[in-house]
Design a binder for this molecule. Structure first.
Ligand code: GZL
Ligand code: ZN
Length: 329
C-alpha cells in the first residue's frame, strides 16, 4: 500500500525516537492487517433528501463492514467544496477517491490532479461529463434514463387502461445539470414522444428539495388552468408538491396523476393511500458495491465502466402493495 505523507513522517519519528516500541509479533500482524485495509476518500454532495441521507449511511456502514478506512466529507450542496475535499484526499495520498458529483461538469482540473497523483477515481450515484474518459475509472449507481422511461411507460399504460384523453403534464426536475435530472428528463420525453394525447406543458427545477417542490407546484397551479399529471424527479419534491395540491383543494392521485422517483417509505405509503400513482425505485444503498470496486481499484484491478443497480417500479396496479418490505429511507 502507498505510504501516506503524514503517516510516513509520523512512523519515521517513532522509529528515530524509539517511542512506541513495537511488539514485533502482535504489531506485525496488525501492520499486515493495516496494510490490507485501504484508505478511501469519499466526497458526498449534501443532505438534500431522505434518499441522500440513506446513501451517506450506506457508504459509512459499508466501509465499516469492508474494513475500509474512510475519509468522508459532506459538501452541503456546493461543488467547490467537493473539489476542495478531493484536493485534500490527494494531499493525504489516499488509495482511492470516490465521489457523488453534484453536477456533471467542472471536474476536469481536479480529476487531472488526482490522475497525476496516481489516485484512481470512482464516481458514485451521479456521473461526470468530461472530454477525457481516463479521468475516472468507472461509475456505480442507477440507470436514470431507464427510470425516466419507466415513468413515461406507466403514464401511457394508465392512459390506455382508463381510456384517458388529452393530458397536460408538468415536470418538477432535480438539480440542473445533474445526471439524474438530465436522464430522468430525457427518458420520460423519449417514452411519451409518440403519444398525441400526452402534452408536457412545463418543467421547473425544485433542486430535489421538498420546500422548492411545493413552491414550484404553487407557481404551476397559478399558471395553468388544468394540470392532469405531475412527473417529479424525486419523492422529496413530490411531498412538497402534494402539500400544494391539497392546499389548492385538489386530490393528488385522482385529480392529478402523480409519478415520482426514489422509493422513499413516505412515497410508498402515499401510493398505498392512492395519493401517488407510480413510484420508480432508485436505490441509495450502494455502499457495499462502492467498497468492492474501491478495493479492486486499490489492488490495481480493472473495473466495469458502468455498474448499475437493479431497480423496480411500484404502481397502483400492483396486486400486493402491502407486501413491499420497509424501505429503510
Ligand atoms: C439519484 C440521486 C438523487 C435522488 C434525490 O441517484 O442522485 O439525488 O433521486 C437526491 O433524492 O437528491
Ligand atoms: Zn421499461
Amino acid at each position: 500500500m502507498k505510504r501516506r505523507g503524514m503517516a510516513a513522517v509520523l512512523a519515521l519519528c517513532m522509529l528515530l525516537t524509539g517511542c512506541g516500541a513495537r511488539r514485533p509479533t502482535e504489531d506485525a500482524s496488525e501492520e499486515a492487517a493495516q496494510d490490507q485495509s485501504i484508505l478511501l476518500g469519499f466526497s458526498q454532495l449534501g443532505w438534500e433528501s431522505a434518499w441522500r441521507l440513506a446513501n451517506s449511511e450506506s457508504i459509512k456502514e459499508a466501509a465499516e463492514r469492508a474494513g475500509v478506512s474512510l475519509m468522508y466529507e459532506n459538501a452541503e450542496q456546493k461543488q467547490d467544496r467537493q473539489i476542495k475535499a478531493i484536493r485534500s484526499f490527494i494531499a493525504y495520498q489516499v488509495d482511492v477517491i470516490a465521489f457523488s458529483p453534484i453536477v456533471e461538469t467542472g471536474w476536469d482540473n481536479v480529476l487531472q490532479e488526482a490522475k497525476d497523483a496516481g489516485i484512481p477515481v470512482l464516481t458514485t450515484d451521479r456521473m461526470v461529463e468530461t472530454g477525457d474518459e481516463s479521468l475516472y475509472a468507472g461509475f456505480i449507481g442507477s440507470d436514470f434514463y431507464t427510470e425516466g422511461l419507466h415513468a413515461g411507460e406507466f403514464l401511457i399504460e394508465k392512459a390506455r387502461r382508463e381510456n384517458l384523453g388529452e393530458l397536460n403534464i408538468v415536470e418538477l426536475s432535480g438539480t440542473l445539470d445533474s445526471t439524474p435530472m438530465l436522464q430522468r428528463a430525457e427518458g420520460f420525453r423519449d417514452a411519451i414522444a409518440g403519444q398525441q394525447n400526452l402534452h408536457l406543458i412545463d418543467s421547473m427545477s425544485g433542486d430535489f428539495l421538498r420546500p422548492k417542490g411545493k413552491e414550484c407546484m404553487k407557481v404551476l397551479l397559478e399558471k395553468y388552468e388544468r394540470i392532469d399529471v405531475l412527473y417529479s424527479h424525486n419523492d422529496a419534491m413530490t411531498l412538497g408538491a402534494i402539500a400544494a395540491l391539497e392546499e389548492a383543494g385538489l386530490k393528488p392521485g385522482e385529480d392529478v396523476i402523480i409519478i415520482t422517483v426514489d422509493g422513499e417509505q413516505a412515497a410508498i405509503d402515499l401510493l398505498k393511500e392512492g395519493k401517488i400513482n407510480c413510484v420508480i425505485e432508485c436505490k441509495p444503498q450502494i455502499g457495499d458495491m462502492v467498497m468492492e470496486l474501491a478495493q479492486k481499484l486499490a489492488a490495481g484491478e480493472e473495473i466495469p465502466r458502468c455498474t448499475y443497480s437493479e431497480e423496480q417500479v411500484f404502481t397502483e396496479y400492483d396486486a400486493d402493495l402491502d407486501s413491499i418490505p420497509p424501505r429503510g429511507y
